[in-house]
Design a protein. Structure first.
Length: 390
């Protein structure tokens, strides 16, 4: 019976970790587009910053976290090598189909956004995202009716900002959502309850299912000890550090250039390896010490940088604080969900057995360390993306 439980614990652990392995080789690869919207008396203008290559490649950005996870990933890579004039020509040729997925509505009338100008950066490191700037416009119907902007799910996520005389409206659109009505004078106002719900769900989704790196790190904390005191101290340190980095990102004090994200992701992957290896090499009787807490805190700061590229897009508008708090709450609910599932699958049935450490903690930590080590090598370019599991 004991041998069966030992084997079952290993199988459950491997199966659970494997579910998201193939999608998480390269964390946070698909980033949201950003739209700055200005609504005048007769025209709406949009300055849209986005990576157009995956859209032109036909990748459904609502279903992948990394363009390499799509069968069309090679087409996206080829488009990244195009010089600016050729990529602009391809965009203009495909624009009618893309515009059909951008829903602009005013006074019940559907508006077609015109592509006025395109600015494509020169070809750089083709392994990195290249953001192009698209200038769009559409004529408004007579009257004072506001404008609603909808963004098709296949285009990924979109950050929308409307600024007028110091007032700011910001919203993070996912799943094909639309903005609140944006008036021609002033800015839109989102109901607080809707904003909180949207950002809590967004923060949760950044952990489950999108944040496999965070899932593995939190699992590493869980495997340190089943006792509540070590777990509470570690999770608290991780949470406080996370919120600190997120706050700095929200205020714009920290911005991570896209060409430096590989370094952040490399350190995140290395932190997963560190925590997992320490679980294996450390003493069997676990008492939490300031050294472990400090390490978790520092790694929490770095993990928070993984979201800096999202939250740094938001300004200091009236909704910045509730958006930040709701997003952070969603992240922590995601972390606690990981711990709860781990306890139900592993801690509760096997935690009181003599072989829990040898049969669950050690092999589980080694699997986590192996995945983290692979990510480190991947981010520094020593190994490529391979379909480890499907």
């Amino acid at each position: 019976m004991a041998g069966f439980l030992w084997l079952a614990g290993r199988v459950l652990l491997v199966a659970w970790l494997s579910m998201g392995l193939s999608a998480a080789v390269s964390a946070h690869e698909v980033q949201p587009a950003v739209a700055d919207v200005s609504v005048g008396e007769a025209q709406v203008g949009i300055v849209l910053r986005m990576a157009v290559e995956p859209v032109l490649a036909g990748i459904d950005l609502g279903t992948v976290d990394d363009t390499d996870g799509s069968p069309l990933g090679s087409r996206n890579d080829a488009l990244r090598t195009l010089p600016p004039d050729e990529l602009e020509a391809a965009l203009r040729e495909a624009w009618s189909g893309i515009a059909a997925r951008i829903a602009l509505v005013s006074d019940g009338e559907t508006l077609v956004p015109e592509l006025d100008a395109v600015a494509v950066p020169e070809v750089g490191d083709v392994e990195l995202r290249r953001d192009s700037t698209l200038t769009l416009s559409a004529a408004l119907p007579p009257g004072e009716a506001p404008v609603v902007l909808g963004w098709d799910e296949s285009l990924g996520a979109l950050i929308v900002r409307q600024v007028d005389e110091g007032a700011t409206y910001e919203v993070f659109l996912t799943g094909g959502a639309a903005t609140e009505p944006m008036p021609r004078l002033g800015v839109a106002e989102a109901p607080l309850a809707d904003l909180v719900q949207r950002y809590v769900l967004s923060g949760f989704a950044h952990v489950i299912p999108d944040g496999m790196d965070h899932i593995l790190f939190v699992l590493g904390l869980f495997f340190y000890a089943l006792a509540w005191r070590p777990l509470v101290w570690q999770v608290t340190a991780f949470t406080v550090a996370h919120m600190g980095t997120l706050a700095l990102a929200t205020t714009g004090a920290i911005t991570v250039p896209s060409d430096w994200m590989w370094l952040v992701e490399t350190v995140i992957a290395a932190s997963i390896v560190w925590i997992a290896v320490e679980n294996v090499l450390g003493p069997h009787e676990r008492r939490i010490g300031w050294g472990r807490i400090a390490v978790v805190f520092v790694f929490g700061l770095v993990h928070g940088l993984g979201f800096a590229s999202v939250l740094s897009e938001f300004g200091l508008g009236t909704q910045a604080l509730p958006a930040f708090l709701s997003f952070a709450l969603g992240l922590e609910i995601g972390h606690l969900t990981v711990i709860a599932v781990a306890y139900l699958l592993l801690g509760a049935p096997f935690g009181g057995t003599r072989f829990y450490r040898a049969g669950v903690v050690v092999p589980g930590s080694l699997i986590i360390a192996a995945i983290g080590a692979y990510w480190v090598l991947n981010r520094i370019g020593w190994v490529g993306d391979v379909p480890l599991l499907t």
